[in-house]
Write a protein that binds this ligand. Structure first.
Ligand SMILES: [Zn+2]
Length: 136
């Protein structure tokens, strides 16, 4: 049986909160985790399905069948890393990167001089150095 110590009671996820990854195409945000994945231990194959890791869902299912369920206990150790890697592969970027790399009409304008995308609140164009009036 798994016994939770009192200080983690009410928090059924003992993983460490990782960074938030953002999909530049649609702005979707995904919380990533590091360390042991309790949800993956409890939900196994279904956790992989939920995370859209269909290949891993099949692998973990087959592995569990062939090892009489023992493999089920091992996947949570690297499930979070697998999830994060898959997000990065499909084009997700970290929040810090996204701040610079996803120009949206809400955050960016074109520099009147060089036509490069710059932040709306910039006073100086980072590309050509032209002085700007910040738009807020
Ligand atoms: Zn410029």
């Amino acid at each position: 049986m798994i016994s939770l110590s009192p200080d983690v009671k009410g928090d059924n996820d003992m993983s460490t909160r990782g960074d938030v990854l953002i999909n530049p195409k649609n702005g979707a945000r995904e919380q990533t985790w590091t360390g042991f994945s309790w949800p993956c231990l409890f939900f196994g194959v279904f956790w992989f399905l939920y995370k859209h890791l269909y290949g891993w869902a099949i692998i973990s299912f087959l592995a569990a069948v062939f090892t009489y369920g023992i493999a089920w206990l091992f996947f949570p150790f690297f499930a979070n890393a697998v999830h994060r890697a898959s997000l990065l592969r499909s084009g997700y970027v970290s929040e810090a990167q996204a701040g610079d790399f996803i120009p949206t009409p809400e955050t960016h304008v074109r520099c009147p001089d060089c036509r490069e995308l710059i932040r709306k609140d910039a006073k100086v164009c980072k590309h050509c150095g032209c002085r700007l009036i910040p738009q807020t």
